[in-house]
Ligand binder design. Structure first.
Ligand code: SF4
Ligand code: SF4
Length: 306
């Protein structure tokens, strides 16, 4: 079961406070007013609207559940777009329209899983968004999490049975959390996702978005560094400190050069004195040799006279 492997991967991701629980969402109907005592509950069995659209937004978890149930061949889409929600600073203008379940027939008017009688052919295995429809958790511009009754349903009963509505809301919360976790997994665990055989659902666009995000972070860091340097250069005491340091370095170098020159002069003088001493000794040696040669010659002459 790949879903178990996916859940196990997800437990290794620190989602911080991004995931929501029942207490984190505020109930509202199209953002207008709270739902306190009565709750709209769709009456799909008696509805002719057949609202299942040709493209349904699913998460990586839905896709993996499909794969486990042998239904993924009906899903032609790959993952893109959710990263926008993950990267969004304020939750504004987030496109939640990806990934889709693409119908194999491009002219299809409804979901790929609708049968000839336009009933859901995978009702037990339908994606989580269909379990919660039309309730969904969304983020408003103030980063509040809203459990919205989206108003897309044309045939609902107003009920005081909170449990029925709560079931829709619980599924909506789980769907939101699974979509957010999908983003994190696709952002940070791509190689592990490939390892468990999900590479075929991923595409390079994710990598481009991830690289783009990383590049932005790097650029922000570089800008921050440059700002720090500019700030430091603006400070006059810094110039003084730099000049003082250069002056100190210069003084140290000057002293070092003077010492070296002194040392070289001493060495040169020593060399001259050694050479001069050696020259004197050589000259004395020569004189001695000459006087020995002369006395030897005189000795030989006096022996001949005798
Ligand atoms: S419009 Fe509402 S009641 Fe009708 S099928 Fe869709 S969700 Fe169900
Ligand atoms: S999966 Fe089933 S319930 Fe969901 S949109 Fe398709 S047909 Fe409708």
């Amino acid at each position: 079961m790949k879903i178990d492997e996916l859940k196990s991967l997800a437990t290794g991701i620190n989602m911080g406070s991004s995931l929501v629980g029942p207490d984190d969402v505020t109930l509202s109907m199209d953002g207008k007013g709270d739902l306190k005592d009565t709750f709209p509950v769709p009456d799909c069995d008696n509805c002719q609207k057949k609202c299942c659209p040709p493209r349904v937004v699913i998460s990586l978890f839905d896709l993996v559940r499909f794969a486990d149930d042998g239904l993924d061949e009906h899903v032609a889409g790959t993952f893109k777009g959710f990263v926008e929600l993950y990267l969004a600073e304020d939750g504004k203008d987030v496109d939640l329209s990806h990934p889709h379940m693409f119908p194999t027939d491009p002219d299809a008017k409804g979901c790929v899983f609708l049968d000839e009688e336009r009933k859901c052919s995978i009702y037990e295995n339908r994606p989580l968004v269909c379990h919660s429809y039309p309730v969904a958790v969304r983020i408003d511009t103030d980063r509040n999490r809203l459990g919205l009754w989206l108003g897309g349903c044309q045939k609902y009963n107003i009920s005081s049975d909170r449990a029925a509505f709560q079931e829709l809301l619980d599924n909506a919360i789980q769907d939101y959390n699974e979509k957010l976790t999908s983003n994190a997994l696709l952002m940070y665990s791509r190689s592990q996702l490939r390892d468990i055989g999900l590479g075929k659902y991923m595409e390079d666009e994710w990598q481009i978005l991830i690289d783009y995000n990383k590049k932005n972070i790097d650029m922000e860091k570089q800008i921050e560094d440059l700002q720090q340097v500019t700030e430091r250069l603006k400070a006059p005491q810094d110039y003084t400190a730099i000049m003082q340091r250069l002056q100190n370095d210069n003084d140290w170098l000057k002293e070092r050069v003077e010492n070296l020159e002194k040392e070289m002069t001493q060495q040169r003088e020593r060399a001259h004195s050694i050479i001069s001493e050696f020259t004197t000794q050589l000259s004395e040696q020569r004189k001695l040799m000459e006087s020995l040669r002369q006395s030897d010659e005189q000795g030989r002459k006096s022996r001949w006279k005798r």
